[in-house]
Design a protein around this ligand. Structure first.
Ligand code: ACO
Length: 331
C-alpha cells in the first residue's frame, strides 16, 4: 500500500498584528520578540473560529487534490482550541463541507497534533480501512492566552492547515511508486511526566458540590524547559525516523518543523549538521500556531512550487503533553 499527500490548503485570519501593534497594548517591543523568537507578526482571529478556518483550509486542500467532499472517508483535526468540547472541530468541518461519508474526530496533542493526526490517518489507510483522509491542524490560540502575560501571548497566532492523504494499491500503486513512494516512516512519542511544563487547565468549574471549583485558566509555560525539551527530543526523533526510512540527513530536501521559535529551529539544524536553508520558516509572519504550523508551512511550500515529485522531506511536530512526532515523506 502506498500512502501519499495529494493536496494541501491553509487559512489564516484576516487580521494581522505586528510586534509594534502589541507594543502599543503591553510592555514589549519588536526588538525583544524578534530577537528571541524570530516572530515579526501573527494573524489573530476576529470573526474566524477554529471550525471556520479549518473548513476553509480543507476546501482549499480538496480543490488542490481534485477530490470531492463526498469522497472523503475520514476527517481528523489536531487541535487544543476547538470551538466546543462537543461537537468536535472535525464534525463541524464534516458538516460545513458536506463530507457526508466521513468519520470525524479530533486529536489533542498540542503542537504535535497535526503529526499525530497524520500518523493516525496513515494507520487507517495502510490497513485498508479507509482510502481518503482529510488531516488538519487548526487553532485559535488567542482565546486561551493570558493577555496580561507578555511572556506567552506574544508567541502565538491563529490559523489552520490541511492535507488530503490517499492510499493506492495494486496496479495504481505500482505505477505511482516509480515517481514517489509517499509516506516512508513515522516516529512518535509522549512524556506525560513533563506535561506541566506547558499547560492550560481550561474550562471554568462552577460545581457547588466541589471543595475547590476552579476559575478559568490560560496557557502557562516554562519557556526554558520547553526549549531544552525541543532541542534534545526533535533531533533524536528525526534521527530515529530517518533510520526507519533507511535514509540520512543528506537525503532530505526540507525539514518542515513545528514553528515555535527560530532559535529552536536553528539549534535543531545545527545538531543534525544540516544546512539552515533546508529549514523553511513561517513563524516570522504566523507566530506559533501549534497544531496548524506544520500543515500551514507545508501548504506555503506547496503553493510556492518548492516541492517536486520524489523530493524527500521530514516533518516534525513537538509540544504540549509533552508530545512529539516525525515523518519522512517522498512528495
Ligand atoms: N517583552 C519584553 N520583555 C519580556 C517579554 C516580552 N514579551 N516576555 C518576557 N520578558 C522579560 C521577562 O520579564 C524577563 O525580564 P526580567 O529579566 O526583568 O525578569 C526577561 O524578559 C527574560 O525572560 P525569560 O522568560 O527568561 O526569557 P527567555 O530569554 O527565556 O525567552 C522564550 C523566552 C523566548 C519563550 C524562551 O524561553 C524560548 O525560546 N523558549 C522556548 C519555548 C517556546 O518557544 N515555546 C513556544 C510554545 S511551546 C511549543 O510550541 C512547543
Amino acid at each position: 500500500m502506498l500512502t501519499r499527500i495529494i493536496g494541501t490548503g491553509s487559512c489564516l485570519p484576516e487580521q494581522i498584528v505586528t510586534n509594534d501593534d502589541l507594543a502599543k497594548i503591553m510592555d514589549t517591543s519588536d526588538e525583544w520578540i524578534a530577537s528571541r523568537t524570530g516572530i515579526r507578526k501573527r494573524h489573530l482571529a476576529k470573526e474566524e473560529t477554529t471550525a471556520s478556518m479549518a473548513s476553509e483550509a480543507a476546501r482549499r486542500a480538496l480543490k488542490d487534490a481534485g477530490i470531492q467532499a463526498d469522497e472523503v472517508d475520514m476527517i481528523i483535526v489536531g487541535t487544543i482550541t476547538g470551538d466546543y468540547i462537543t461537537p468536535s472541530a472535525a464534525c463541524q468541518v464534516q458538516d460545513k463541507l458536506g463530507a457526508v461519508n466521513a468519520v470525524a474526530f479530533d486529536i489533542n496533542a498540542a503542537c504535535a497534533g497535526f503529526m499525530y493526526a497524520l500518523h493516525t490517518a496513515y494507520a487507517y489507510l495502510q490497513t485498508g480501512i479507509y482510502r481518503t483522509a482529510l488531516v488538519l491542524g487548526a487553532e485559535t490560540l488567542s482565546k486561551i492566552m493570558d493577555w496580561t502575560d507578555r511572556s506567552t501571548c506574544v508567541l502565538f497566532g491563529d490559523g489552520a492547515g490541511a492535507a488530503v492523504v490517499q492510499a493506492f494499491e495494486g496496479a495504481e500503486e505500482g505505477k505511482m511508486s516509480k515517481e514517489s513512494r509517499g509516506v516512508l516512516a513515522f516516529e512518535q512519542g509522549s512524556d506525560g511526566a513533563k506535561g506541566m511544563v506547558l499547560s492550560c487547565r481550561g474550562r471554568v468549574n462552577n460545581n457547588p458540590l466541589m471543595e475547590n471549583p476552579f476559575a478559568p485558566s490560560y496557557v502557562s509555560m516554562d519557556g526554558q524547559e520547553v526549549y531544552k525539551f525541543a532541542v534534545s527530543t526533535v533531533p533524536a526523533s528525526i534521527h530515529r525516523v530517518l533510520e526507519k526510512a533507511g535514509l540520512g540527513v543528506g537525503d532530505i530536501k526540507y525539514f518542515v518543523l513545528h514553528q515555535a521559535n527560530l532559535r529552536i529551529i536553528q539549534s535543531v539544524a545545527k545538531r543534525l549538521k544540516a544546512d539552515a536553508d533546508k529549514f523553511p520558516v513561517s513563524l516570522d509572519h504566523c507566530g506559533n500556531i501549534s497544531a496548524a504550523s506544520v500543515p500551514v508551512l507545508l501548504d506555503e511550500m506547496n503553493r510556492k512550487g518548492m516541492l517536486s515529485r520524489g523530493d524527500k522531506i521530514v516533518m516534525s511536530g513537538f509540544g504540549g503533553g509533552l508530545t512529539w512526532a516525525s515523518a519522512v515523506v517522498e512528495w
